[in-house]
Design a protein around this ligand. Structure first.
Ligand SMILES: NC(=O)c1ccc[n+]([C@@H]2O[C@H](COP(=O)([O-])OP(=O)(O)OC[C@H]3O[C@@H](n4cnc5c(N)ncnc54)[C@H](OP(=O)(O)O)[C@@H]3O)[C@@H](O)[C@H]2O)c1
Length: 297
């Protein structure tokens, strides 16, 4: 039996569906007060009901309630967690979810004898990060690496589906100019969410994945300006790209998204992926294919 924690999220939902499609028995941790039903109407979550209908077995619980996690972990061979506080807020924050919640989950899973704990971290996770979310991810990595339970840490770079869509795809598709924070010329190996799900699936029941940390990126590093060019090409139009200085707020971005958009303009992220993708049998999605699919939807 596999357990997915975070199944009502975007990536968590994809992983759950792929496990079910592969004929696996899947349990999902579901919260009574999950906002996923409302968020799913805006394409921002996976409703628990749709996963239950597809065959997933729900167990009700919350990372903030350690007692609720024991029943979820009972009899589980492989646990995959994508759960995170970034898109939720309120009582779900880096302290309660990334730090305390993940610690509870690791401890309960270890006590329950879970055979393989697959943790979706982030490429930027760093125990010294001033960003509590990234420090919390790193703390969970440290716990896993220092414990006895076999683990796999998947540390993806920024998702195309989130950042390229938010900063470039959404404005272009609604006929607006693209506004980037800074030059937008830094190059990043953005990865498609579907490819992260494929790595998670390829890690399940895979002895080579045990006790490994895999940094994941897309097949090439491209800038937001190049992404805008791809949208223009696919749609056959000239996309107007503007730049603003960091610190200026944009109406379509939350303060944390603004901070992240500014951060992207301070470094490049190139990740050599050819060998890892071949080893795990994952065909990485080029940005052009992602954009083509986005404009055809
Ligand atoms: N976006 C990027 O560019 C990027 C880059 C690198 C890594 N990542 C990582 O990739 C993963 C993305 O996953 P995703 O797209 O599925 O996330 P998501 O859409 O933001 O969904 C969040 C999930 O976490 C669950 N959750 C939040 N607080 C919880 C709590 N207290 N107890 C139990 N569950 C809780 C939510 O459940 P409810 O529905 O009940 O709220 C939901 O299932 C995350 O781990 C993220 O950090 C993202």
């Amino acid at each position: 039996m596999k357990l997915v924690v975070g199944a009502t999220g975007l990536l968590g939902g994809k992983i759950t569906r792929q496990l079910l499609d592969a004929g696996q028995e899947v349990r999902i941790l579901v919260r009574e007060d999950s906002p996923s039903k409302q968020l799913a109407r805006k394409g921002m979550a996976t409703p628990a009901a749709s996963l239950i209908e597809a065959g997933a077995q729900p167990v009700y619980g919350d990372l903030k309630d350690p007692a609720s996690l024991a029943a979820a972990c009972h009899g589980i061979e492989t646990l995959i967690t994508t759960a995170n506080s970034a898109s939720r807020g309120g009582n779900d924050n880096p302290e309660t979810v990334e730090k305390q919640g993940n610690r509870s989950l690791v401890e309960v899973a270890q006590t329950a004898g879970v055979g393989h704990f697959i943790f979706i971290s982030a490429q930027m996770a760093d125990r010294d990060s001033p960003v509590p979310f990234l420090a919390g991810k790193a703390q969970t990595e440290d716990l896993l690496m220092g414990g006895d339970m076999p683990y796999t840490i998947l540390a993806p770079n920024a998702f195309m589906d989130v950042w390229v869509f938010l900063l470039v795809g959404a404005p272009v598709m609604s006929g607006q100019p693209v506004t980037l924070v800074g030059s937008g010329a830094r190059k990043h190996a953005f990865i498609a969410m579907v490819d992260v799900a494929a790595f998670a699936l390829a890690s399940v029941d895979n002895p080579r994945a045990l006790n490994q940390k895999l940094i994941l990126g897309g097949p090439e590093a491209l800038s937001f300006r190049e992404a805008a060019g791809l949208y223009g090409e696919m749609l056959g139009l000239e996309v107007e790209v503007r730049s603003v200085k960091p610190g200026i707020s944009l109406p379509n971005l939350t303060p944390s998204a603004m901070a992240m958009a500014a951060a992207f303009d301070t470094y490049d992220s190139r990740i050599e992926m050819a060998r890892l993708a071949a080893d795990y049998g994952v065909t990485l999605t080029p940005m052009a294919a992602f954009v083509r699919q986005a404009v055809q939807q």
